[in-house]
Design a protein around this ligand. Structure first.
Ligand code: ADP
Length: 480
C-alpha cells in the first residue's frame, strides 16, 4: 500500500502548529504497519534548506504563473516531494502571511499548486510511486481531492483530514478558471462555498472519506455551534466522517530520557518530579515549595484556548496553596493580562511569554497539573504529553480533551481509572470549581499518586491511530 500525504507543514521541515506534528509522525507509525507514505509539501526556503539526498523528479514548465520543479528528497526518515516554485514559495518567514501579518494575496494559487501537484502524483506522475491513496490535510491541501475528481477516469482513493475547522481557505469565485477548475465545479456539490471557492469545503465534499483528529470533535463539527458554516455538509456526509485521536511522538516526549529536565523519571520514580518542580519554580520566580499545587499552562494565547477565562479567575485561585506557571504567546491583550497578573502576585503566578520548547518540557515534568480550558479543541497535544509526564490534566470537556482524559468522578475513582479532571461548560465558575476539586485531590497524596500512575500508563503514542488510518486506507484504496 502506497499513500501520498499532502500537507503544508511537516515536522521537522516546517511547523506552525499541531498539523506539522501529525504529518511528521504518522508516516513513521504507518511504516511499521507496512504502509509506504511519501509527503508532498510546498518548497518553502526552510524546507528546501533541510532536505537531504535531493533529486529532480519532474519539471513543470508552468505552475500557476511560473516554472517549477518537483524535488524528491529525505528528512530524517521521511520521504518528501517538495514543490520548488520560487514564484510561489520563496518568501521570508511564516508560510501563510507576509511580514506585516497579512495573508499573501496569492494564497489561492500557492495552495492550488499544492493540490494540483498532489493530484498529478496521484495520477501516476512518478512512475516509481503511484499512490493507492491521496491523504489531504487541512484547507491548504483541500483541492487535491477536487482535481482528482474533476480529471475523470481511474484515480486513487482520497481522504481529507480536518485538524482545525476554523481555518477554511476561502477565495473569490473569479479565480475558478485561473485555478484550472472546470465551470461545473462551481456548484453546491463542488467547490462553491458561500458564493466563493472553499478549499476545505472542496476537500470535505469531494474526498472519499473525511477524518478529524478526535471522535468527539467529529461529532461536534456536525452541529451548528461548532460547525463553522460546514456543519450542514458534514451532517450530509456523516456516514463518511470519523474521528481518529492523534498521538504524540514518544521519543521526543519521554520523561525517562528528556534532556530538558533536571531529573528524568518514570511511573515508578515519579517522586523525582520534585526536582523539576523546584527548578521550574526558580525559573519562573515562584516561591520554592514542594507542598503547593503547581498548575502549568502551555498554550497559544487565543480565544480558542479559553485563557481569557483563566485570567478572570486567576486571582481567586492563587493564594490557597496554589501556584500557576504559564508559557504562551499570541494575542497581545492576553499577553498583557497575564503579565499584569504575574506582577500583581509575584511568587504565585509565573509567566513566560514566547515560544520555548525546553521550558514546555520542564513544565510537563515539574508542574503537578496541566490546565487546558479550551472553548474548542480538535485534539490537543499538551494534555497527551501531560498524561505521559504525570502532570494531571485539568481540561474543558470538549473535542479531543474529552476523549483523552478520564475525569476523577466518584465511579472513576472507585474503579481506579481516573487520570485527570474535566469541566463543562467552559465558564469561569466551572473552571474555578474544577481547579479547586483538583486541589482537594492534591491534598490526598495516595489518591493523587494513584491517578498519576494511571495517567502515565495511558497509551498516548501513534500505534492505535496508525491502525485506524491503515484500515481506512484499505477501505478507500481500490479505486483504480
Ligand atoms: P494547537 O496546535 O492548537 O496550538 P496543540 O495542543 O494541538 O495546540 O499543539 C500545541 C503544541 O505546541 C504542543 O506540542 C505544545 O507543547 C506546543 N506549544 C504551544 N505553545 C508553546 C510555547 N509557547 N512554547 C513551546 N511550545 C508550545
Amino acid at each position: 500500500m502506497k499513500v501520498l500525504s499532502v500537507a503544508s507543514e511537516v515536522f521537522p521541515l516546517i511547523k506552525t502548529g499541531g498539523l506539522a506534528d501529525v504529518a511528521g509522525a504518522l508516516p513513521g507509525a504507518l511504516a511499521r504497519k507496512g504502509i509506504e507514505v511519501r509527503s508532498v509539501v510546498p518548497g518553502y526556503p526552510t524546507v528546501l534548506g533541510k532536505l537531504d539526498r535531493v533529486q529532480e523528479a519532474h519539471v513543470f514548465p508552468s505552475l500557476f504563473g511560473g516554472p517549477a520543479r518537483l524535488l524528491a528528497g529525505t528528512a530524517d526518515a521521511l520521504a518528501i516531494y517538495a514543490i520548488d516554485a520560487p514564484h510561489l514559495f520563496t518568501r521570508p518567514g511564516n508560510p501563510y502571511v507576509d511580514p506585516q501579518g497579512r495573508d499573501w494575496p496569492d494564497n489561492a494559487q500557492r495552495f492550488a499548486a499544492l493540490g494540483r501537484v498532489a493530484a498529478e502524483i496521484g495520477r501516476g506522475l512518478i512512475a516509481g510511486f503511484v499512490p493507492d491513496v491521496v491523504h489531504a490535510h487541512d484547507w491548504q491541501a483541500g483541492l487535491a481531492p477536487a482535481y482528482l475528481r474533476y480529471s475523470g477516469g481511474a484515480r486513487p482513493g482520497t481522504v481529507m483530514t480536518v485538524h482545525n475547522l476554523a481555518f477554511q481557505g476561502r477565495f473569490p469565485a473569479e479565480l475558478l478558471a485561473e485555478l484550472a477548475l472546470p465551470p461545473g465545479a462551481f456548484a453546491i456539490d463542488g467547490v462553491e462555498y458561500f458564493g466563493g471557492i472553499g478549499f476545505l469545503k472542496a476537500g470535505l465534499q469531494l474526498a472519499d472519506r473525511i477524518t478529524t483528529v478526535s471522535p468527539t470533535y467529529a461529532a461536534e463539527i456536525c452541529t451548528p455551534e461548532a460547525g463553522m458554516g460546514l456543519d450542514g455538509l458534514l451532517r450530509a456526509r456523516s456516514a463518511f466522517l470519523s474521528g481518529i485521536l492523534n498521538g504524540i511522538d514518544e521519543a521526543v516526549w519521554d520523561p525517562d530520557t528528556d534532556p530538558h529536565l533536571a531529573a528524568t523519571f518514570n511511573a515508578r520514580t515519579a517522586k523525582r518530579r520534585r526536582e523539576n518542580k523546584r527548578l521550574l519554580q526558580e525559573r519562573l520566580g515562584l516561591a520554592p515549595s514542594a507542598e503547593v499545587l503547581l498548575v502549568g499552562v502551555i498554550s497559544r494565547l487565543s480565544w480558542q484556548k479559553g485563557l481569557d477565562i483563566l485570567v478572570d479567575t486567576l486571582q481567586a485561585l492563587v493564594g490557597n496553596g496554589m501556584q500557576f506557571a504559564l508559557l504562551g504567546s499570541g494575542d497581545a491583550h492576553l499577553e498583557q493580562a497575564f503579565s499584569r497578573a504575574a506582577a500583581a502576585r509575584p511568587g504565585e503566578i509565573g509567566v513566560r511569554l514566547g515560544y520555548d520548547e525546553a521550558l514546555a518540557h520542564l513544565i510537563q515534568g515539574g508542574a503537578d497539573a496541566l490546565l487546558v480550558p479550551s472553548r474548542f479543541e480538535p485534539c490537543g497535544l499538551t494534555q497527551l504529553c501531560a498524561l505521559r509526564y504525570g502532570a494531571l490534566p485539568i481540561v474543558a470537556r470538549v473535542g479531543g480533551l474529552n476523549d483523552s482524559v478520564i475525569d476523577a468522578n466518584e465511579m472513576a475513582l472507585a474503579a481506579g481509572v481516573a487520570t485527570g479532571f474535566q469541566f463543562a461548560p467552559v465558564t469561569a465558575a466551572e473552571l474555578q470549581r474544577t481547579v479547586q476539586r483538583a486541589a482537594a485531590a492534591w491534598a490526598r497524596p495516595a489518591a493523587w499518586r494513584k491517578m498519576q500512575r494511571n495517567a502515565m500508563k495511558c497509551p498516548v503514542g501513534w500505534d492505535s491511530a496508525a491502525d485506524k488510518y491503515a484500515e481506512l486506507y484499505r477501505e478507500v484504496a481500490s479505486r483504480r
